[in-house]
Design a protein around this ligand. Structure first.
Ligand SMILES: [Ca+2]
Ligand SMILES: [Ca+2]
Length: 320
């Protein structure tokens, strides 16, 4: 089973061979086609891939760009098979961090900027994804985030309980185990296309794989893409944002990001990718006590107005 993709039957994949791209360009071309550089996790998959290549050297999805000699597949599949040539990988010269097939019959690590052939794989019939530029990053305030546990039990919005994209810290869990999660409240039901993620700003701590569950009411949660594990591709020590796209948009107000694997410590920052309008809308009513007003707002699909920031208060006062 390829952990990075939904299906577990090799015959559900199709391949495409291209040429004259470096590894990163090749990966992008595969993404634009709706797939990834091929991952090769068994002798049988290798036979399929080599049949497509017909003897040509080509990039496949393996790389050790996150950490020298820690090889991984760009589609998130587990690294559980290899077919290195004798003496490889050797990280020759100024370094070789990308994987090619059919170099003298086997695998070779090669410098990633080398222009070569490449082979993509995708789930049969998958369509090219919407461009991530079509989505905007929605980064709700710290007040609208909650956590399974927080380092030192710090309060929401302080210390290690700050998970907004570009926050000075990151959410760090109290415990490192696979029961940890963080949740973002979008404040109303929106269409969520995926996540934007960052590792912790200045420590070698990140989350590598997550599952996602969503809810419109905060009580009944559904796992996105049937419980698929998403590779975060969060670079270490970096502020660079990394995007995770769901196979299709989901309606959600509450988005729960559940940690599966991590590096050093569970730490992450996150926002939502959406095409929805995320501005608040308001409704003003009359003649109710607080409890009645609260109920009326809930029936309308919202809440009594909160104003965690000055600009929120300004918007509310403008309505009144
Ligand atoms: Ca290397
Ligand atoms: Ca090499």
């Amino acid at each position: 089973m390829r952990a990075g993709l939904l299906v577990d039957n090799d015959s559900d994949y199709e391949y495409k061979v291209g040429k004259d791209k470096n590894w990163h360009e090749a990966r992008k071309a595969c993404n634009n086609w709706g797939g990834e550089l091929a991952s090769v996790t068994s002798e049988r998959e290798r036979t399929d891939v080599r049949a497509e290549l017909n003897g040509k050297r080509a990039w496949i999805g393996g790389h050790d760009t996150s950490k020298e000699n820690k090889w991984e597949w760009s589609d998130g599949a587990n690294w559980e098979f290899s077919a290195w040539n004798r003496g490889e990988p050797n990280d020759w010269g100024k370094g070789e961090d990308c994987l090619e097939e059919n170099f003298h019959g086997g695998w070779n690590d090669m410098r990633c900027n080398y222009k070569s052939n490449y082979i993509c794989q995708r789930v049969k019939g998958a369509s090219p994804p919407k461009k991530s530029v079509d989505f905007k990053v929605y980064n709700p305030a710290e007040e609208f985030r909650s956590y399974s546990s927080v380092w030192s039990g710090q309060a929401i919005g302080t210390g290690h309980a700050r998970s907004m994209i570009d926050s000075a810290q990151a959410w760090s869990a109290q415990h490192n185990n696979a029961n940890q999660w963080m949740m973002i409240d979008a404040r109303k039901v929106i269409s969520v296309d995926g996540l934007v993620l960052q590792s912790r700003k200045s420590h070698n701590q990140r989350v590598d794989r997550v599952k996602v569950a969503v809810s419109t009411d905060g009580e009944n949660f559904t796992e996105v893409d049937g419980g698929r594990e998403f590779a975060t591709h969060c670079p270490q020590y970096k502020n660079r944002q990394s995007k995770v796209l769901f196979s299709s948009a989901v309606d959600a107000r509450y988005v729960k990001i559940m940690v599966v694997t991590w590096d050093h410590h569970i730490s992450m920052r996150a926002g939502l990718l959406t095409t929805s309008d995320t501005e608040n809308e308001f409704m003003v009513g009359t003649d109710k006590n607080w409890n009645e007003a609260n109920k009326a707002c809930k029936r309308w699909g919202g809440d009594l107005a909160s104003m965690p920031t000055k600009s929120d208060r300004k918007a509310v006062r403008a309505e009144l």
